[in-house]
Design a protein. Structure first.
Lengths: 329, 263
């Protein structure tokens, strides 16, 4: 469905010294910087997969998405999506894909969303009956029935994002590219978007490529992760394997009524205490989790106890702070 | 055929969206109607006063000059109605990466890129100018042949103007900033608002061939005022075809240069 081989995208920019002098000098003397935003990228994605594309800001995730959709042309390498070269921009190809960008909008700002949806109906030649049915169905699930006739500029970010999703999926694409679809949204709106994508995928089984800095998105939607750093692929595999990339220890935290007087039992588990000694975070080997947790609960005045909810978030944070950790894998 | 109908359907939706957008700001819409009407009337008034003191230019008399003027104003009106707003948006769209969704749509990108936004208020000027065109056509004793040829000639002229301006606008894919390119467009428009009769030497050759802006207005006039000069129409058609081809080639180069903007 999506195949890339040695895919490269090179960007050229130039350095400018600050101030007027720098501006004038840059007229004839520019020191150009060439950077591979995506570097020798190999990837294979099958039909119906939901793949999370993770990486820090500027890693090359959005550049990849834009190459996959044919918006920008690769500098070199091979790329095939649904059997097409995306940059040929064949009509049949463009009818089968959709891109949702959390930071860009395809809805007209100064008119109600319904007018924009009618325009999209015309773009994709969607029969009227299908259009009406899809709009009604999606609007109900996303709870935006009342918002379809409100000017887009009057909507909140969350409401707008729901309508953006509708606009992108009206033509029932086979491949959906979601570029930070929940960015800036409140928790309820994030949840609504995630649930919608999940139920849409269950119903229509499209291939979904998702980028997000919210690990909750990735955890609840993706079964496979691809990590990209400085344009290079650093990990490609199951989300459970990604969680274990830095080891299989389980991170557990305990909160105490009073600070334990003897903390020696905790030290061998890489204990991280808070300043007043009322809370500790431990990395427990999986086989010791049950026994040691029981021991702590029995011998200390524990008021709260939790295991890590988003292990991939900790892994991502560690890898972003210390990318060299990947080299030890 | 199906594809052509689909393009018309999309364009109908552009008209609907633009009109909805314009009418959302009622006061601004009425203001634009008044301003456009005043602009058209003052442009006509100024030029008519000027032409009142010029009994002839080359072998064109005052009525023929005024007919030419109104013909050019109609082309400007069509451009204002259909294209102009989009040219001013293009540079912003290029810098902000707003063409991403344009490129994704399963149609030729020119349609949403150049024809998305209309300026409905220009209709007032168009109506005034079309009425004046018929007034001067009558004064010039146009025959049935002239009246039948007129819409076709107007269509060809509008095509050439649009194609030339779009080709120039595509240079924004190289310059990114659009002020300079839009300034060039406006200057070429100004040059084309005078008959080719006033130009001489290299300037005339360039403006009739390499950048054939003078053909837009002057070619149809030469034919309408003297049917023996039919070769001007042939010239106009050739210019449309050649520059449409150049536009197509330029687009193939330009679209590769689009880098979007990082988000």
């Amino acid at each position: 469905m999506i195949t890339t081989k040695k895919l490269i995208k090179k960007y050229v920019s130039y350095k400018k010294q600050p101030g007027i002098k720098g501006a004038i000098k840059s007229l004839w003397d520019r020191s150009f910087i060439e950077k591979n935003a995506v570097d020798a990228f190999d990837l294979e994605i099958g039909k119906g997969e939901i793949v999370g594309l993770l990486g820090p800001n500027g890693a090359g995730k959005t550049t990849l998405m834009k190459m996959f959709t044919g918006i920008i042309v690769p500098s070199s390498g091979d790329l095939e999506v649904l059997g097409f070269n995306p940059f040929d921009r064949k009509k049949e190809f463009r009818k089968k894909i959709a891109l949702v960008m959390g930071q860009k909008s395809q809805l007209w700002w100064d008119i109600p969303a319904m007018d924009s949806l009618h325009l999209i109906k015309a773009y994709y030649e969607i029969p009227t009956a299908d259009f009406n049915e899809r709009v009604a169905e999606m609007a109900k699930i996303l709870n935006v029935e009342e918002l379809l006739h409100v000017h887009v500029r009057k909507l909140s970010l969350g409401e707008r994002m729901k309508l953006e999703l509708m606009a992108s999926l009206l033509h029932q694409p086979e491949v959906i590219f979601l570029d930070e679809p929940t960015i800036g949204l409140d928790l309820v709106a994030q949840d609504a978007i995630r649930n919608f994508i999940k139920s849409y995928h269950e119903k229509y089984n499209p291939t979904v490529i998702l980028t997000s800095h919210y690990m909750q998105d990735v955890q609840s939607l993706c079964s496979r992760l691809v990590l990209i750093m400085n344009g290079e692929k650093k990990f490609d595999g199951d989300i459970l394997d990604f969680e274990k990339i830095l080891g299989t220890d389980k991170v557990v935290s305990f909160n105490f009524e009073t600070s334990p007087s003897d903390k020696s039992a905790f030290e061998k588990y890489n204990a991280k205490w808070d300043l007043n000694g009322l809370s500790v975070e431990l990395a427990l080997p999986q086989q010791e989790l049950r026994a040691f947790s029981g021991y702590v609960l029995e011998h200390f005045d524990v008021i709260d106890f939790q295991t890590e909810k988003l292990p991939i978030e900790r892994v991502m944070k560690q890898l972003m702070l210390r990318p060299e950790l990947l080299n030890h894998e | 055929m199906k594809s052509v109908l689909n393009y018309f359907n999309i364009y109908r939706n552009f008209v609907s969206c633009s009109l909805t957008e314009e009418l959302s700001f009622r006061l601004n819409f009425f203001l634009l109607l008044v301003v456009d009407a005043i602009f058209t009337l003052s442009a006509l008034g100024t030029t008519f006063i000027l032409f009142d003191h010029i009994p002839a230019l080359g072998n064109w008399n005052r009525d023929q000059l005024q007919f030419f003027l109104v013909f050019m104003l109609i082309i400007d009106d069509f451009q204002g109605l259909v294209l102009s707003s989009n040219f001013w948006m293009l540079s912003t769209d290029l810098k902000a990466g707003n063409l991403d969704f344009t490129f994704l749509k399963p149609i030729h990108s020119f349609l949403p890129m150049f024809f998305r936004y209309l300026r409905p208020s220009s209709v007032i000027s168009l109506v005034i100018d079309i009425a004046l065109l018929f007034y001067f056509a009558d004064k010039l004793h146009f025959t049935y042949v002239d009246y039948i040829a007129l819409p076709f000639l107007l269509f060809l002229s509008v095509c050439l103007r649009f194609i030339l301006e779009m080709a120039i606008a595509l240079l924004m894919f190289w310059t990114t900033e659009g002020v300079g390119i839009n300034f060039i467009r406006l200057q070429l428009q100004s040059l084309s608002r005078w008959p080719d009769l006033i130009y001489r030497g290299i300037a005339k050759k360039v403006l009739m061939t390499l950048l054939p802006v003078l053909l837009v207005g002057s070619a149809p006039m030469h034919f309408l005022f003297d049917h023996s000069k039919w070769h001007y129409i042939l010239w106009l058609i050739v210019a449309v075809v050649v520059f449409a081809f150049i536009l197509h080639l330029s687009w193939e180069k330009a679209r590769i240069r689009y880098e979007s903007a990082s988000s």
